[in-house]
Design a binder for this molecule. Sequence first.
Ligand code: FES
Ligand code: FES
Length: 155
Amino acid sequence: MEGTFTINGKERKLSFDTRATLLDLLRHGGYTEVKKGCGEGECGSCVVLMDGKLVNSCQVFAASAMGRKILTVRGIGTLHDPHPIQSAFVETGAVQCGFCTPGMILGTYYLLARNRDPGEDEIRRALDGNLCRCTGYVKIIEAVKLAAKRIRVNG
Ligand code: FES
Ligand code: FES
């Protein structure tokens, strides 16, 4: 099959197997920042935004994402022009192996778009579908608070 997708603001025509997931499509299309963990909707490493909503891309058929707007972590900021959330994760030491980081950052992006001053419980609830094996979550919570503060101050 072939379909058109808007990925990080750019239209792409991509071929895929009928049973391929959005995760497969993205990774084969070069968006390797979207990570494959469990493949079962349990870990959040494959999270992307689809038409503004957080989805586990391993649980979405590529065919059903045709014509949709997909945002990966690379779409919100780059190495040379990072989003405040990306900077905050690096500065607080919330990135260790980095496998969970794209999903954590997009989960944070979604949360802060709705609530610029979340409490710790709200942060934990917002990210409870994202598993991290390395950090113990303390640094991640710190990163979200720092990003929220900077976004409140700088808009
Ligand atoms: S790989 Fe999709 S939720 Fe784990
Ligand atoms: S930093 Fe390694 S899984 Fe989170």
